[in-house]
Write a protein that binds this ligand. Structure first.
Ligand code: GLN
Length: 304
C-alpha cells in the first residue's frame, strides 16, 4: 500500500479522537486556533511525498524549533555543549523550575525550556543576528523562503513568559547563561513563534533522517556521530515527560510543540509532520500522537 493511501486511511480513522484534548491557551494567538484541524505530510529521502488534510496551513512550531537551534549549537560547540546541558530525560514538565535548582543550573536536556535557553545562549554568543541564522536554516531545509516569525505570538510570549524569564535569570545566577538575558529571551520567543505547515516541516526534518546532511544541498550540517547523538536525544527527550510513552507507542525519534505540531523520522528513510492543536496534559498533540502510532503500526516501519 502506498504512503498516500495509508495516510488517507489514518486521516479518516482518527476523526473520533478530536475533542479529547485542549488547545494551548496561555497566549491569545494560540487560544483562538480552531481545534478541529489536522494536517499530515510525509517526505521520503528518495523523493516521495504524501499529504492529507490541512497540510498547507501554517501553525506555531513552538518547541519543535529547539531541534534546529540544538543542531546549530552542537555543530558550533561539539561535545563541549554537554558541559552546560545534560542528555537525560527530565521526567518533569518542560518548564519546571525545581529540577534546575536541584541540579545547580545544569538543565537535564536541551529540549526542556531551561536547556533550550542555554542552547539559544550559545547562538547569541556566536552570531550577531541569531534570529536570522535560525530562520535561514529553516527556510533552506524546508525549501520555503517566506517562512517567518509570527510577531504577535513572539510579543505575547514575551509579555507572559514569566516562567521562562525566571529560568533564564536562574541560569544566569548559576553562571550558565553568558549573553544578556533579554537578548536570549527575545531570540527564544521568536524561534518558538516561527510559523510553518506540515509539508515544510516534514522537509525540514529530513536532514535528521539523512544523518545530518542537508538532503537538498548535500552540505553536512552535523557529523554522522553528532547526528546519531541528536537523534538519540530526540528519542529520549523530544516529548517532554511523555518521551517514554511516545517511543513505546510510536517508535520514532521526533519533537513536539504546544502549537500542536509533531515531527518525527526514521533514519535512512523518511520524515513525517502532523499538526492538530488539541493537546494532552503533557503538551503533546492528542490526534498527532495517534496518527503517528497508526503510521508505524500500519506501515510496519519504525526504528525498532
Ligand atoms: N513557547 C513555549 C514556552 O516556552 C513553548 C513550549 C513548548 O512548546 N513546549 O513555554
Amino acid at each position: 500500500m502506498s504512503h498516500q493511501h495509508i495516510i488517507e486511511g489514518i486521516y479518516s480513522d482518527v476523526q473520533p479522537f478530536f475533542g479529547r484534548g485542549k488547545v494551548a491557551d496561555y497566549i491569545p494567538a494560540l487560544a483562538r486556533v480552531r481545534p478541529d484541524q489536522l494536517g499530515i505530510a510525509l517526505q521520503t529521502l528518495d523523493g516521495q511525498t504524501a499529504v492529507a488534510g490541512d497540510s498547507e496551513i501554517r501553525f506555531s512550531i513552538q518547541s519543535i524549533s529547539k531541534t534546529f537551534t540544538l543542531a546549530l549549537a552542537f555543530a558550533l560547540e561539539g561535545n563541549d555543549l554537554w558541559k552546560r546541558v545534560g542528555v537525560e530525560p527530565s521526567g518533569n514538565p518542560f518548564n519546571s523550575l525545581v529540577q534546575l535548582e536541584f541540579e545547580n543550573g545544569k538543565p537535564r536536556n536541551p529540549f526542556i525550556n531551561a536547556g533550550a535557553l542555554v542552547v539559544t545562549d550559545v547562538l547569541c554568543r556566536h552570531y550577531d543576528d541569531p534570529k536570522s541564522v535560525i530562520l535561514n536554516l529553516i527556510r533552506s531545509l524546508a525549501g520555503s523562503d517566506d517562512i517567518s516569525f509570527d510577531e504577535e505570538v513572539a510579543a505575547s510570549e514575551k509579555a507572559t513568559g514569566f516562567r521562562n524569564q525566571s529560568l533564564a535569570w536562574f541560569l544566569k545566577s548559576c553562571g550558565n547563561l553568558h549573553s544578556d538575558v533579554d537578548t536570549v529571551l527575545d531570540v527564544y520567543f521568536h524561534q518558538c513563534s516561527i510559523a510553518m505547515n506540515c509539508r515544510e516541516l516534514s522537509r525540514a526534518f529530513l536532514f535528521l533522517a539523512n544523518h545530518g546532511v542537508h538532503p537538498y544541498t548535500g552540505e553536512a550540517m552535523l557529523t554522522r556521530s553528532q547526528a546519531k547523538r541528536l537523534n538519540a536525544i530526540l528519542l529520549t527527550c523530544g516529548f517532554y515527560d511523555q518521551a517514554g510513552e511516545f517511543a513505546f507507542r510510536v517508535g520514532m525519534p521526533g519533537k513536539s510543540g504546544v502549537g500542536g505540531g509533531v515531527a518525527a523520522f526514521i533514519p535512512g528513510e523518511l520524515a513525517v509532520a502532523v499538526w492538530s492543536p488539541e493537546l494532552n496534559e503533557h503538551g503533546n498533540s492528542v490526534v498527532g500522537m495517534q496518527v503517528l502510532e497508526w503510521f508505524t503500526t500500519r506501515t510496519g516501519r519504525s526504528i525498532f
